[in-house]
Design a protein around this ligand. Structure first.
Ligand SMILES: [Zn+2]
Length: 42
């Protein structure tokens, strides 16, 4: 997989992110993603 930003290699990774829903913050964990090994783009 190739990064759109820097054309570097993307590697599969697990991340967690926080979002706001109905006035409450919820944290979504263990979301599969691909992260660039050069610029960190997810
Ligand atoms: Zn990149």
């Amino acid at each position: 997989m190739t990064c759109f930003t820097c054309k570097g290699n993307k590697q599969k990774s697990i991340t967690s992110f926080m979002t706001e829903y109905d006035g409450c913050y919820i944290i979504i964990k263990n979301v599969p993603c691909s992260k660039c090994s050069q610029c960190g783009e997810e």
